[in-house]
Design a protein around this ligand. Structure first.
Ligand code: CS2
Ligand code: MG
Length: 402
């Protein structure tokens, strides 16, 4: 089955998304998410200029060969732009493979290993009372796991606290918004929040927290230790992901589980963390870690070391990515949790899909392929809008991790 066309669609139904659509000679099409928040046009150009010209005439059924051709053949390897572009091609080819086989992709990955994909919602608010309302809201929707983020007294803004109850979008300006950060204020505040949440909701609800790369190893060790009484499912991105040795120090001081990986793009980014048991969950995603083919390799490597998945699922990953992620989530043996930040109705209209939420689970589409598409006519109505992620500074003006 030859590829006859591949086209990159950039659209902005409230936020920017990049999608690759591949068309075959039989008219079967497949889609892949290629969205990299704040760097969308870099991936679109990589695809348009360096990948799409290579696809016409290739056999769409040769997914692994195409992956290797685009990865090894490029010489310049890894990194978010390259691996997001490869991910889009890979995801679209799996979509086509499923459609040709007449099966949802998870049936080609070994079939169902669980009844549903447990997801976690985002309870975030400026203050603790607001957070308690949000946790109650998500509990009321049936969520079994909730991530808790709050404002920090004395700071005008912080990661993870958005202006909208249901939708959080950090890429908010063409020139990065500047935030001010204080680790000491944050470390003093966070334990008080989780104490209140546990007092209000008891021990059963799974609680998570995202430190968003901002701490040093000893600060992360202190946070993990201070949160042990509240039995978190994980602290996410406690230190910058490239500081892999830092995770050893964290492990020496706390039993609070650690999750990392949404910024990882290959198994080589997390091999040491997995093999040395320095993390408990690996959060790499279909769209940023080379697609279904490579993410499955990461999860298989993790499974050898009893590390579980916990894939990123923020609003800047499109419904195409979520549809693909669920095909892996339902089938891998070492599934942990799937992040689920709902997209807006505008986005859902551009990306019609048949995965569905019910009682704390997401259920993958049962249609052949991934069960998602892009409505290109609707997409054309939303032109790209420059938007970048914020820049974070300490109170003395030093640039810090955002
Ligand atoms: C966050 C994301 O969802 C998460 O865990 O880390 O909101 C992240 O900040 C954005 O996806 C970056 O684009
Ligand atoms: Mg995160």
């Amino acid at each position: 089955m030859r590829i006859t066309e591949a086209r990159v669609v950039v659209t902005c139904p409230g936020r920017n998304f990049v999608t690759l659509k591949i068309v075959t000679e039989d008219g079967v099409t497949g889609v892949g998410d290629a969205t990299l928040n704040g760097r969308e046009l870099a991936v679109a150009a990589y695809l348009d200029d360096h990948v799409v010209p290579l696809l016409a005439g290739r056999d769409a059924s040769r997914i692994e060969d195409t992956w290797q051709y685009l990865y090894r053949g490029a010489y310049w390897r890894r990194g978010p732009v390259t691996m997001t572009a490869i991910a889009a091609v890979d995801t679209a080819l799996w979509d086509i493979k499923g459609k040709v086989a007449g099966l949802p992709v998870y049936q080609l990955l070994g079939g169902r290993s669980r009844e549903g994909v447990t997801v976690y919602g985002h309870a975030n608010a400026e203050d603790v009372d607001g957070v308690l309302d949000e946790v109650a809201h998500y509990s009321g929707l049936g969520y079994r796991a909730v991530r808790v983020q709050t404002g920090v007294p004395g700071l005008a803004s912080t990661y993870g606290v958005g202006g909208d109850r249901m939708f959080y979008e950090p890429a908010d300006a063409a020139v990065p918004t500047e935030n001010v950060w204080s680790t000491s204020r944050y470390l003093q505040h966070v334990p008080t929040v989780f104490r209140r949440v546990r007092e209000e909701f008891g021990p059963r609800l799974r609680l998570l927290h995202d430190a968003h790369h901002r701490l040093t190893p000893i600060e992360a060790a202190r946070l993990g230790s201070s949160l042990e009484p509240y039995d978190l499912t994980w602290i996410e991105d406690p230190v910058p992901a490239e500081l892999q040795s830092g995770y050893r120090l964290i492990r020496q001081h706390t039993t609070t589980p650690v999750a990392v990986g949404e910024v990882f793009n290959s198994v080589w980014d997390c091999k040491q963390l997995i093999e040395e048991q320095l993390v408990d969950y690996i959060r790499a995603t279909v769209v940023h870690a080379g697609g279904i083919t490579h993410l499955r390799r990461i999860f298989d490597h993790a499974a050898l070391h009893d590390v579980r998945s916990g894939s990123h699922g923020a609003t800047d990953l499109s419904p195409v990515c979520m549809a693909a992620a669920l095909q892996l989530d339902i089938s891998i043996p070492n599934f942990g949790l799937q992040e689920y930040m709902r997209h807006t109705p505008e986005t859902d209209a551009v990306f019609p899909h048949t995965y569905r939420y019910e009682g704390g689970y997401l259920h993958p589409s049962q249609e052949p392929g991934l069960g998602v598409d892009i409505d290109e006519e609707r997409a054309a109505a939303f032109p790209y809008r420059p938007a970048q992620l914020p820049v974070n500074r300490l109170e003395d003006g030093t640039v810090h991790h955002w």
